[in-house]
Design a protein around this ligand. Structure first.
Ligand code: TTP
Ligand code: CA
Length: 358
């Protein structure tokens, strides 16, 4: 099964500002040369109706959206990472094996969970989608298939908020009519080459003599194209580890050197981090604070605890200590504050050790 979060960066922006929902939303990377230089990172589906998509130069996006109420925003990776991490955490619970491949995409091995049944797989996927919608407020598109290749293409066929299940018997019927560029690794050049050879669809590619494909593209690629077109793929879902740290950062209303003001802000961050800790059932051994000063320089201080903990109070007192230190070592005011925990231990392990001890 493949889960792909819809128009992800733009959807995150809608999440924190629901008033954006009906307007074209464009998230861009501003290169900073001139006001409008840079490119579109992603756009919501309202903006896509105007032909605005990833990679388009921003000045062109502005032009295409000129008579609309379009909203242009700069990327905020930290925020998207946080949302992504929350969703990934939920998805993990639905999988036998889990492989995150990007900030907004993950493969889930679910064969055992659904006892090999594609009906159950569809139900599971729907439940997972609902769960993410309810808990985080984000919609995603899911593809279910007998392997990663088919699952990925299935997820791409219905967006946004899609759910597409392709059973083993349906592979050929599903893949055949698609244009060849829907296969991973078939870019513009390969598409043109295949076109020259009279191959436009995946079905035509599947029927094409594999020896001739090998002559044109080399052995490895030739065999890959042949297999991919038939929906054959033996790649397994490669377990990817969980994030090794959890962090939150926030901007203060006003620059300050007042410890109480700083701690009031970090209390909210602590609450959020602590929720994550409980949900993941981990404890941490290192705490760090980060401060972006008024001159935009970044300072951080960290502390290793004597033993792993998951206690919010431990976190709070460490953060207080670290910020006292940090403020004592600089005369500048603080503009943004961040908190990070790392050096995780699984809580079960600790409990087992305790049990053994007694
Ligand atoms: P995608 O999954 O390719 O796109 P998307 O999530 O915006 O839209 P879709 O509904 O079609 O899945 O990319 C994920 C995020 O990666 C995207 O929100 C922004 C970022 N990105 C870029 O910054 N530049 C790019 O060229 C692309 C393709 C994506
Ligand atoms: Ca996506």
């Amino acid at each position: 099964m493949l889960a792909d979060f819809d128009y992800f960066f733009a959807q995150c922006e809608e999440l924190r500002n629901p008033a954006l929902k009906d307007k074209p939303v464009v998230v861009g990377v501003y290169s900073g040369r001139t006001k409008d230089s840079g490119a579109v990172s992603t756009a919501n589906y309202v903006a896509r109706k105007f032909g605005v998509k990833s990679g388009l130069p921003l000045y062109l996006a502005k032009k295409r959206l000129k008579d609309t109420e379009a909203v242009f925003l700069p990327v905020d990776n930290e925020f998207y990472e946080q949302i992504s991490e929350k969703i990934m955490q939920i998805l993990r619970n639905y999988a036998d094996s889990f492989e995150q491949t990007s900030i907004d995409e993950a493969y889930l091995g679910i064969t055992q969970k659904v006892h090999g049944s594609f009906e159950s797989a569809g139900d599971l996927a729907q439940k997972m989608k609902n769960d993410v919608k309810r808990q985080v407020g984000i919609v995603l598109s899911v593809g279910v298939g007998p392997n990663k290749l088919v699952a990925k293409i299935a997820a791409d066929t219905q967006k946004p908020d899609g759910l597409t299940v392709v059973k083993p018997k349906e592979i050929q019927h599903f893949l055949s009519p698609l244009p060849v560029n829907r296969l991973l690794g078939v870019g513009r050049k390969t598409t043109a080459k295949l076109e020259e050879m009279g191959i436009g669809t995946v079905g035509e590619l599947a029927k094409y003599d594999v020896q001739r494909l090998m002559d044109v593209f080399g052995k490895k690629l030739g065999v890959y194209f042949h297999n991919a077109a038939k929906g054959v793929d033996n790649e397994s879902v490669q377990e990817t580890g969980e994030a090794e740290s959890i962090s939150r950062i926030a901007t203060l209303k006003e620059n300050t050197r007042d410890l109480m003001v700083v701690l009031e802000k970090t209390d909210r961050l602590i609450e959020d981090i602590h929720k994550d800790v409980v949900q993941r059932n981990i404890s941490f051994r290192q705490v760090a604070v980060i401060a972006v000063m008024t001159d935009l320089s970044i300072r951080s201080r960290s502390k290793t605890l004597e033993s792993p903990t998951r206690d919010a109070e431990d976190l709070r007192s460490s953060i207080r200590e670290l910020f006292e230190k940090l403020l004592g070592e600089s005369k500048l005011e603080i503009r943004r504050v961040g908190v990070k925990i790392s050096h995780f231990a699984k809580e079960e392990v600790k409990q087992k050790q305790l049990t053994n001890f007694f």
